[in-house]
Design a protein around this ligand. Structure first.
Ligand code: LMR
Length: 331
C-alpha cells in the first residue's frame, strides 16, 4: 500500500459524541527500517494499537516496517516534507541534524539498562528532545525508545581484543562519534544504510558491524558473518518523531490521547526490548557456523581505555552544553 493509497483509504467516520464533532478519521503513516519482530517493530505496532484504542478508532496508525516505504537515507526528508507522518530513527542517525545527541553514542557511557531508562525517559531525555525546537526542523519529538546494548559481528576474524578490529572495514550509522570510535581502534568506519547492510556483509564489502542481538538475529546477519563478540560498548535507541505541521493540526484532545499512548508504549517497550534481546541472543548462540564470544572484563577495560579519545573529540568538537555532565551524575 502506498501513502497515497493510504490517504485515500482514510474514510469519514460517523459523528462520534466522544470526539466532540470530529468526524473524519485521521491516518498516520509510520515508517521504520527494522523487522517487525524487534524492539522497535513491536513498539511501533503497540503504539498503533494504543492510539487507535485511546482515540476510539479516530486515529489509525499504519506501520510500514523493513524500510518498505522509506530507508535511512530518505526517511527524515520524507518526514519533513510530510510524505510520511512519523518515523523512528536511531538517535545516532539524527546526529547530522542534532549534533548534541551524539552524547548518547559515547562508548561505555552506560552500564545498565536502568541508567539508560532514567536518562532517556527522565529530565535529560526531555532536555535532549527540546534541542529539536530551536533547530526548526519541522519535526516534533514524542520521546525516546530503546533497543539494547550493541555488540560487534565480524566475517573471518573473531574480535577477542580491540586490536582485532584494526584494518577492518566496519559499518557505522552516520554519527561522527561512532566514526571516531572505530578510528580509535584503527578500523575504517563506513556509513551504510541499514537496508543495504546484509548485502554489503554478504559480498564482503564490509567486514564487521555493531548492533544489538535483536537486529543481528532478525536481519539474519549471522548468515553472512561468522563471529560475534559481546562487548556492550554502546547503546542503540530511537527518537520517535512526528511531522510538526501534522501534529499542530491535530485537535488537542487527540494530541493528549497520543501522548498517553506514547508514554504507555515507552514503558512497555523498555521491558520488551530486554526480553527480545535476551531471546535473540540465545538463538544466535545456537546457530551453526556462527560463534558468539564474550569479551573478557580485562579486555573490555582495555577497549574502553583505547576509546578515551572519543570523549576528547566529543568535548572539543561536538559538545555545546552540559548534558554529558548531567548524564554522568546518573551513570
Ligand atoms: C542500524 O542501522 O544499525 C540499526 O540501528 C537500525 C535500527 O533502526 O535499529
Amino acid at each position: 500500500i502506498s501513502v497515497q493509497q493510504g490517504l485515500l483509504l482514510a474514510k469519514p467516520l460517523p459523528y462520534d459524541d466522544e470526539q466532540k464533532g470530529l468526524s473524519t478519521q485521521i491516518t498516520i503513516h509510520l515508517s521504520h527500517v527494522v523487522a517487525e519482530n524487534t524492539p522497535k517493530g513491536q513498539a511501533a505496532n503497540k503504539f498503533a494499537e494504543l492510539v487507535e484504542e485511546k482515540t476510539n478508532g479516530m486515529v489509525k496508525v499504519h506501520v510500514y516496517s523493513n524500510a518498505s516505504l522509506f530507508n535511512d537515507e530518505n526517511e527524515f526528508r520524507a518526514l519533513q516534507k510530510g510524505d510520511v507522518e512519523m518515523i523512528i530513527p536511531t538517535f545516532s542517525k539524527m546526529t547530522t541534524y542534532v549534533p548534541n545527541w551524539q552524547v548518547l553514542d559515547l562508548p561505555y557511557l552506560f552500564h545498565t539498562e536502568e541508567e539508560v531508562h532514567e536518562v532517556l525517559t527522565g529530565t535529560i531525555g526531555k532536555q535532549l528532545l527540546d534541542e529539536l525546537g530551536p533547530l526548526h526542523l519541522h519535526v516534533k519529538g514524542l520521546g525516546f525508545w530503546y533497543n539494547g546494548f550493541k555488540h560487534v559481528t565480524s566475517a573471518d576474524q573473531p574480535i577477542h581484543t580491540f586490536e582485532d578490529l584494526q584494518g577492518l572495514r566496519v559499518r557505522t550509522m552516520p554519527s561522527k562519534v561512532l566514526e571516531k570510535q572505530f578510528e580509535a581502534v584503527k578500523a575504517t568506519p563506513i556509513p551504510v544504510s541499514f537496508s543495504e547492510l546484509f548485502t554489503d556483509l554478504e559480498t564482503h564489502t564490509i567486514d564487521a558491524q555493531e548492533n544489538t542481538a535483536s537486529n543481528i538475529y532478525s536481519k539474519g546477519f549471522y548468515k553472512v558473518q561468522q563471529h560475534m563478540t559481546i562487548t556492550e560498548h554502546g547503546i542503540l535507541g530511537y527518537a520517535v518523531l512526528i511531522n510538526e505541521n501534522f501534529w499542530d493540526s491535530l485537535p488537542e484532545k487527540i494530541q493528549k490521547q497520543m501522548l498517553t499512548a506514547m508514554k504507555e508504549t515507552t514503558e512497555w517497550q523498555f521491558e520488551q526490548a530486554t526480553l527480545m534481546n535476551e531471546k535473540d541472543m540465545q538463538k544466535l548462540m545456537q546457530q551453526d557456523h556462527f560463534t558468539v564470544y564474550t569479551m573478557s572484563d580485562q579486555e573490555r577495560q582495555r577497549f574502553k581505555q583505547q576509546l578515551t579519545p572519543v570523549y576528547d573529540f566529543y568535548r572539543s568538537h561536538i559538545q555545546t552544553n552540559d548534558i554529558l555532565t548531567e548524564i554522568e551524575k546518573v551513570v
